[in-house]
Design a binder for this molecule. Structure first.
Ligand SMILES: *[C@@H]1O[C@H](CO)[C@@H](O)[C@H](O)[C@H]1NC(C)=O
Ligand SMILES: *[C@@H]1O[C@H](CO)[C@@H](O)[C@H](O)[C@H]1NC(C)=O
Ligand SMILES: *[C@@H]1O[C@H](CO)[C@@H](O)[C@H](O)[C@H]1NC(C)=O
Length: 180
């Protein structure tokens, strides 16, 4: 019995080769710098642990739709920063409202760790613009570690905001990883 390849004429083989080359070049373009918009947001976020949070964070910034992978990554770092500041404000409000001494102590711990990670993520953004992606990664990672530390305090009123900040920073770290 003749094998499959042996049965094809040279013309057929040429056509098969051309089709393969075309599809390779097509997928190269799709994953490359030229892909932008919703498709790039989705394909990038699909590589993260929390794609839904990733997509909604990126899509909340209209410039995501015309950004390439580098642009999207910067937006992911920016979103980590704005979500951190938002969370810090929420925690600060709880600190001011707290009537129970023990809870107040845990809240102050969280406020201080979030506050301390603000300059770190800001340095991370500056590093990004100098194309120092590993340094930028460490800035986002600092926020992610602050969430983990705060979450250990077991404050129920923070579990939702903490969870979202954890996910957004984790996804930003994954996307940053794609750049280096
Ligand atoms: C990505 O887009 C920026 C402008 O937003 C541009 O400066 C940069 O060269 C682009 N990168 C690639 C790899 O195309
Ligand atoms: C703080 O207390 C005020 C007045 O009791 C209340 O309206 C507000 O919602 C509280 N804020 C938080 C974050 O619990
Ligand atoms: C937050 O951190 C800044 C330094 O980045 C510091 O000046 C400020 O006092 C801190 N705020 C609180 C409430 O700890």
């Amino acid at each position: 019995m003749a094998n499959q390849i042996g049965n094809h004429s040279p013309q057929t083989l040429l056509i098969i080769t051309l089709i393969s080359l075309l599809s390779i070049s097509k997928s190269f373009h799709e994953t490359g710098a030229q892909e932008t918009g919703k498709a790039l947001i989705e394909s990038t976020c699909k590589k993260t642990e929390y794609p839904e949070e990733c997509i909604s964070a990126l899509e909340s910034d209209p410039s995501s739709f015309k950004a390439n992978l580098t642009g999207l990554t910067r937006i992911a770092v920016q979103k980590s920063e704005s979500k951190l500041v938002e969370t810090l404000n929420i925690v600060t409000n709880y600190v001011l409202n707290s009537t129970d001494y023990l809870t107040w102590g845990f809240l102050v711990f969280c406020r201080d760790s979030y506050n301390a990670s603000v300059p770190q993520i800001q340095e991370g953004l500056q590093a990004f613009d100098k194309l120092e992606f590993e340094k930028s990664y460490r800035g986002v990672e600092a926020v992610n570690k602050a969430v983990v530390a705060c979450d250990k305090q077991g404050l129920k009123m923070l579990s939702q905001v903490n969870s979202l900040l954890f996910r957004i920073t984790k996804d930003a770290m994954t996307i940053l990883d794609l750049l280096f």
